[in-house]
Write a protein that binds this ligand. Structure first.
Ligand SMILES: *Cc1c(COP(=O)(O)O)cnc(C)c1O
Length: 455
């Protein structure tokens, strides 16, 4: 038996380990610093006893290789979303269409006409990109793209109602999650909150009675993540538009989801599209780029040209400005909407939401077959996927999942901490893996990392 002090005496020097062929074979043209760090870290582990003394050069190399992998692993990395929640905010919301990825690659690989007018050879504006498509697809007179929907709401409010009253129903002072609370955001925008109605019922007359020369805007917020049922009443945008006309103030509609296509043929009913929500009249609509629209994180403001121009002139726009990679991806995503069939096929969010239960089941079976062959026990069970991301909050989409019962909590952790983490959901001591939310929709996208993590 060797004591820890013997082992310490036998510890090889970092420089000696680096010269061993087994360790040297881990070297690449760019990892000199990382490899030296990995060797130092391995020696440190052996010295303090967290790793037993390696008895062979191969064993040393294995420990060093594992350390190297840990050091080189980026903080932000891909995971497999098998939760069945298609738009999962914690897992990065919408995956992008291949066309959008190609547009990012093209815009990022060199220079672009981001703020350059090619027809005249003069300075241009980044806020012209994607605008033509947004107008065509929604019927809006003009559009402005900023960093995200929260930014769009702050910018629109600050532009039309700084120091003035913003009338809003008490039933719409909501929390979206991730520290987004409508009353807090409104307060920061400089608008003065003027609450009307009650939690469950607000009438057109409530807005009318609150209106005064101090009114700057009427705000309507989409209840993205919950539904009100029972003794409820609200004034719709269509009902509010004539009142805003009388008052000479805009209606600001926080629409959130960015739905561009009618998805009712696939059972997703009850939500308006952006074109429908915008309607006619003097209103501004703000929505996200990375929810149902299925593009990159962005905030889109739609509305009449003079109000959009006022938003564009607001100095806050510079602080909330959109990046060129976002613009490239957004424009490419919007282009797919010219043909709704192309959009549904190529935009990942729409593809996932409209995939048939049979298709999802086939992918679940592929995964289960591989798991059973590797000695695990499981079964295919009917499941219900959800939309997530603040849209169709109560919709349940028929789906199928791989159900693993034995040691569900342990399996969940092993999948979550694997080389490509797989995120499922645990319910009633069962780990469920729902392929509907997995992108791309190929059997191996789920099966390969699951097998790797559990082998
Ligand atoms: C999601 C959502 C937001 C926030 O959108 P981000 O793009 O995440 O900033 C704002 N309002 C509503 C109604 C939403 O659903």
């Amino acid at each position: 038996m060797s004591s820890p002090s013997d082992a310490r005496r036998r510890l090889p020097a970092v420089s000696v380990l680096l010269e061993q062929p087994e360790v040297a074979s881990l070297r690449t043209p760019t990892n000199r610093v990382e490899l030296a760090d990995a060797v130092r870290s391995a020696v440190g582990q052996v010295r303090d006893g967290t790793t037993p003394f390696p008895e062979s050069p191969d064993h040393w190399a294995a420990i060093i290789a594992a350390e190297l992998q840990r050091i080189e692993r980026p903080s932000l990395r891909p995971v497999v979303n098998a939760t069945g929640v298609v738009l999962h905010t914690n897992l990065g919301r919408a995956p992008l269409a291949t066309q959008a990825l190609a547009a990012i690659q093209a815009a990022a690989s060199g220079a672009s006409n981001l703020e350059y007018e090619l027809t005249t050879g003069t300075r241009g504006s980044r806020y012209t990109h994607a605008v033509q498509l947004l107008r065509q697809l929604t019927g809006a007179e003009d559009a402005l793209v900023v960093n995200n929907c929260a930014a769009a709401l702050v910018l629109a409010l600050n532009t039309v109602a700084d120091g003035k009253e913003a009338i809003i129903s008490r039933g719409e002072l909501i929390e979206i999650g991730g520290s987004f609370r409508v009353p807090d955001i409104m307060a920061k925008s400089g608008a003065l909150l003027r609450e009307v109605g009650t939690t469950n019922r607000t009438h057109l007359d409530d807005y009318r009675r609150a209106a005064s020369p101090a009114t700057g805007v009427i705000v309507k917020v989409h209840r993205s993540n919950f539904e009100q049922r029972g003794y409820v009443a609200e004034a719709t945008s269509t009902e509010l538009v004539p009142l805003t006309g009388e008052l000479g103030v805009p209606l600001l509609h926080d629409f959130g989801s960015g739905l561009m296509l009618d998805l009712s043929p696939w059972g997703l009913t009850g939500e308006a599209t952006a074109r429908e929500a915008l309607g006619t009249g003097h209103s501004l609509l703000v929505m996200s780029g990375d929810k149902l629209l299925g593009g990159p994180q962005a905030g889109i403001i739609l509305g009449p040209a003079h109000l959009i121009a006022a938003c564009r002139r607001n100095p806050l726009t510079r602080a909330l400005r959109v990046d060129k990679l976002t613009l490239a991806a957004l424009e490419a995503t919007l282009a797919l909407y010219r043909d709704p069939r192309v959009a549904r096929e190529h935009i990942p969010v729409l593809h996932m939401l409209t995939a048939t239960p049979g298709d999802v089941r086939a992918r679940a079976e592929h995964c289960l077959t591989a798991l059973v062959a590797a000695g695990h026990e499981g079964e295919i069970v009917p499941a219900l996927s959800t939309v997530g991301g603040g849209a169709f909050p109560t919709a349940q989409i028929p789906s199928f999942a791989v159900a693993l019962r034995a040691g569900a909590a342990n399996l969940e952790e092993r999948l979550r901490t694997g080389r490509t983490p797989v995120i499922g959901r645990v319910a009633d001591n069962t780990l469920l893996l729902d392929p509907r939310s997995v992108w791309p929709p190929l059997p191996d996208t789920l099966t390969t990392p699951v097998l790797e993590a559990l082998s």
